[in-house]
Write a protein that binds this ligand. Structure first.
Ligand code: FMN
Length: 191
């Protein structure tokens, strides 16, 4: 394996690509839905982001081999649960193959009946708006339908293939301040 030169390398393998991409720190979500028998299903997902303010869109990228994705596609709706730092075990559980990932996990039903995992920082219920090809992943765009409450807690972060937390809890805006939270005040029209 050739070392990366200071000026970059076009000759990289997937391990090097994974290592480089692992320098980008993200949060962790659990994307949930209900299957045809109304049983809860879901998977851990870091490739989640807010996409558009007007209309309110988000996106996430499931592997084409994901067992949860066809269930979401069938239902046409999903719930994004944003994990708090204390929910590492939830991430580990939903981030590995399993028959009943919801065993021992408390959840409530969203307005569309989708699983809202308790103690998450927040949740957003979405309908599937668009699906694009993304190599070995799909790029799924969802339209936000319902926002959950915002809890005052630290986020769970994923960085270099491991979990991390912020040193100090940032003051999270309360529910009524969500409009400011989604508005970039730096002058540009960004989330
Ligand atoms: C922190 C973390 C982040 C993950 N992010 C993604 C992701 O963005 N997309 C994805 O397809 N899988 C992701 N995974 C892997 C899936 O959660 C894992 O493959 C899971 O077993 C898929 O479950 P399923 O086949 O039941 O859908 C992630 C796993 C962890 C632990």
């Amino acid at each position: 394996m050739a070392p990366l030169s200071p000026y970059g390398s076009a000759d990289f393998d997937s391990r090097q690509f994974r290592t480089a991409m692992g320098q980008f720190c993200t949060g962790v979500t659990i994307i949930t839905t209900l299957d045809g028998d109304e049983a809860p299903v879901g998977f851990a997902c870091q490739s989640f982001t807010a996409l558009s303010l007007d209309p309110p869109l988000v996106l996430f990228c499931p592997m084409k081999s994901s067992r949860t994705w066809p269930v979401i596609a069938e239902r046409g709706a999903f719930c994004v649960n944003v994990l708090a730092n204390r929910q590492q075990s939830v991430s580990a559980k939903f981030g590995a193959p399993g028959q009943d990932k919801f065993a021992g996990v408390d959840w409530d039903a969203s307005p569309l009946g989708l699983p809202v995992i308790r103690h998450c920082l927040t949740w957003v219920e979405c309908t599937v708006e668009n699906i694009f090809d993304g190599g070995d992943h799909h790029i799924v765009v969802g339209r936000a339908q319902t926002l959950g409450e915002v809890l005052q807690d630290k986020p769970l972060l994923f960085y270099r293939g491991g979990y991390l937390s912020t040193e100090h809890p940032r003051v999270t805006p309360a529910q009524e301040a969500l409009s400011d939270f989604l508005t970039w005040n730096g002058g540009d029209e960004w989330l």
